[in-house]
Design a protein. Structure first.
Length: 203
């Protein structure tokens, strides 16, 4: 009889990533200490921005904590966006793309502006460079599936541009062989900062 561990998987409450065995996490409460959730090291700043309370921290701060001031950047002073928020292609290039190519580029831009960019970027720093696909689905919802896969795990995100929450983690697994063939036509790559960039010849 095969014995399997049940209920031992832990997930980050912010990015929903499965925490690796032995990976450190910090517990935060979103409901004034009624219950605490695991948050991975990559998402702790996001948890604080959401107003979540760190386990063990004082519960009665008299003043709101100011955001940590970064180093002065001339690009930021002049209004330039960081690389992670810059669009993949400029307007003149976009005008030359087909409708399908436009939807792929748009989905990648939306994903790159989400918290999940940091998630996959952090995993890539630990595990290595993944393979990536961006696949539009047929149907009225105009959903696009972004698949990021390593040899030992994979994550699949659904991008719905018109939704209030346009990016969500749809599925995940451990063996890329589990993926349907339509999602393994690797047509994109991951930048060092976690940005998904489609491999379209005209970009």
């Amino acid at each position: 009889m095969r014995v399997t561990k049940v209920g031992t998987e832990r997930h980050c409450a912010v990015c929903e990533r499965t925490l690796l065995m032995g990976e450190r996490s910090v517990r935060y409460s979103a409901d004034a200490g009624e219950s605490y959730l695991d948050v991975c090291s990559l998402c702790q700043e996001s948890a604080l921005e959401y107003g979540w309370h760190k386990e063990g921290a004082p519960k009665t701060p008299t003043l709101p904590v100011e955001r940590k001031r970064g180093r002065f950047s001339l690009a930021t002073f002049l209004g330039a966006k960081p690389a992670s928020l810059q669009p993949i292609a400029s307007d003149p290039v976009l005008r030359r793309l087909s409708e399908t190519e436009l939807s792929v580029v748009d989905a990648a831009d939306i994903f790159n502006g989400s918290q999940y960019r940091r998630t996959v970027g952090g995993i890539a720093k630990s595990v290595g460079v993944p393979t990536v696909s961006v696949v539009p689905l047929s149907g009225v919802n105009h959903e696009i599936v972004i698949t990021v896969a390593w040899d030992i795990s994979w994550y699949q995100y659904r991008v719905t541009p018109d939704s209030a929450s346009p990016v969500r983690l749809a599925e995940r697994g451990h063996d890329p062989a589990e993926l349907e063939g339509a999602y393994t036509a690797w047509n994109a790559h991951l930048e060092d900062d976690g940005r998904v960039v489609p491999e379209i010849a005209r970009l």
